[in-house]
Design a protein around this ligand. Sequence first.
Ligand SMILES: [Zn+2]
Length: 300
Amino acid sequence: MAYKPREERKEITILRSLHARMELPEEGKWNYLKLNKGFEGEVMFDLLTEKLQSECFILNGLLLELNNSKFQIDTLVIQDTLYLFDVKNHEGDYYYEKGDFISKSKKLMNNPLDQLKRCETLLRQLLQKYGFKLPVEAWVVFINPEFTLYQAPKHEPIIYPTQLNTFMKKINMWTGKINGKHKKLADLLISMHLVESPYPRIPTYEYEVLRKGIICSSCQSFLVSVTGRKVVCGDCGCEESIDTSVLRSVKELRLLFPDRKITTKVVQEWCGGIVTKDIIRRILNQNYKANGFGRWYYYE
Ligand SMILES: [Zn+2]
């Protein structure tokens, strides 16, 4: 299991919610799809690193800062060698020309090798600063099985989908043991991990204009209804207990509007009126701390 598990970035969670509840401006929509796809790729890669049997520390999704430069590490595997992975989830046909990655429709990919170099350099400087002498191997991983790169460069640090298994086997071959030094590094990096904020790519939004209702947890549809103690999606058939659905919606509301007071009335409205006040009050009482009294009653 990963020593530092991956968490979905709040930015993606917020954008997903807004994408369902309002018409995002083109740029916002594009950002959401891009970030979400990137995240899905990282999660796909986690499925491979989870299977490693050799001793190692796996750190997923680190955001670090050194000398006022922020850098993000998708995956770091710590053994006697440090494996730094930058995961790309592009799909379709690309070709490589004079150092550029170009899609069939002539769109230029942000050069993953430049990004990797920067990240590697900053990581090396960080290791030096804290006195760790471990070699670093940095790789760009193209995780999507439907990605093809024509005229691919032979000597660049790139792992293509067809090479992934062989590469993981190589890491798995390591027979050494991780020790206090490895752990010290892993703990240091985790302690340096930054909480991202603010989120410049999130468009402005207001409570009033957002569509209210419970969103299906698996397909993001609003077509859900209450049947007995369950909330059932009319689109994908997914079922969830009322409690889970309401709590999930409250969590979403608090993420989007951290300053808004949580009351039974607000939650009922946010859930689109499909759950009775009594049920909402019971769920809030069981899961949140109540404050105030009378009409100023709210939950924390
Ligand atoms: Zn659904």
